[in-house]
Ligand binder design. Structure first.
Ligand code: TXA
Ligand code: MG
Length: 307
């Protein structure tokens, strides 16, 4: 299939979503918008469909996938919840929070999803397109970010096509995504302990499984966010050959947010990195971003982009 398929461009209207669902039902792969980034979806209960995600992305198969569900009820067929995980789900679902939970033995999930782990990562997205498609397919959908492995995550349909055109069956264009960076991932252990594995739009405290220590979320590998050029952080005075990404009072070729709004900066982060990658300038420089609130998640992605 690779290199030979014509990637269908679908609208976010009901006929477009019905077409997307039909492709997914028959085992295809479709890129769909979520409130964080675009995801490359396939039915999570079908091994061949899940294999197509790994193939299209060129993703190492030891890297497990997030499973997207429509409701807590659907999530409970796949994982064991305890009072702590139920509380997190009640507070933040639907929304940009992924829960890593003990997998149920009777969960109908392709083996490749968990990549050998006894857990499963579940997310109930808020985006109307993703929600409607899960409902129409009537099965949970595995969906990593819709980019070739090692490239910057996509926040528009064009970003998806930049690395996956001809490698996937379709993309639904739902416009730019709102949050702009990937969901917060938190593991809830059987004893109730919470461990934040990836910082994101939902602020839940310190990251315990750091990027450099024992990495339980293997997608946390540094090159995951690489824009393909050297990146310098905390820059106020760029060199002439650097594509400068500004923030607040520090100007640039583009700015994450002129007035220093961190939520806006998160939403624009990957679009700026895509612009920087596509520019003729050989290097990228980025203004300092405060380590407050969602600034932590932005700096987490920037440190990976720079390493
Ligand atoms: O916002 C998001 O989470 C987006 C949208 C599409 O939903 N998805 C996303 O997926 O960022 P991906 O595959 O790029 O990142 C998933 C992360 C990886 O770091 C992976 O290693 C980790 O989740 N992960 C998946 N299953 C896991 C598990 N059972 N235990 C620990 N980490 C897991
Ligand atoms: Mg990714």
């Amino acid at each position: 299939m690779l290199g030979k398929v014509v990637t269908e461009k679908l609208g976010p209207d009901e006929p477009g979503l019905e077409r997307a669902a039909a492709i997914l039902r028959s085992g295809g792969v479709v890129a769909l918008p979520t409130e964080t980034v675009y995801g490359l979806a396939a039915r999570a209960d079908c091994a061949e469909a899940v294999a197509k995600i790994y193939e299209a992305k060129g993703r190492p198969s030891f890297n497990p996938l997030i499973v997207h569900v429509h409701s807590l009820e659907q999530a409970r067929t796949l994982a064991k919840f305890n009072p702590n995980s139920l509380e997190l789900a009640a507070d933040h679902w639907p929304g940009p929070l992924t829960l890593v939970l003990p997998r149920r033995r009777d969960a109908t999930l392709a083996d490749a999803i968990a990549a050998g782990l006894p857990t499963v990562a579940l997310r109930c997205p808020a985006h109307a397109v993703m929600r409607r498609v899960i409902e129409l397919v009537d099965a949970p959908l595995a969906a990593p970010s819709a980019n070739r492995s090692g490239f910057v995550s996509p926040t528009t349909a064009n970003h998806v096509l930049a690395t996956l055109d001809g490698r996937i069956d379709a993309v639904v264009d739902g416009g730019p995504t709102a949050a702009g960076i990937e969901s917060t991932i938190v593991a809830v252990r059987p004893d109730g302990r919470r461990e934040v594995l990836r910082p994101g739009p939902i602020l839940l405290g310190e990251v315990v499984a750091g990027i450099d220590g024992q990495v339980e979320a293997p997608g946390q590998l540094s090159q995951h966010y690489a824009p393909g050029k050297p990146v310098r952080l905390n820059v106020r005075d760029p060199d002439p050959d650097e594509f400068m990404i500004g923030f607040g009072a520090v100007d640039g070729v583009c700015s994450l947010s002129d007035n220093g709004d961190l939520e806006v900066a998160a939403a624009r982060l990957y679009a700026c990195l895509h612009d920087a990658s596509g520019s003729s300038l050989p290097r990228i420089a980025i203004a300092p971003i405060p380590e407050d609130g969602i600034g932590r998640a932005i700096n987490d992605r920037l440190r990976r982009a720079a390493s």
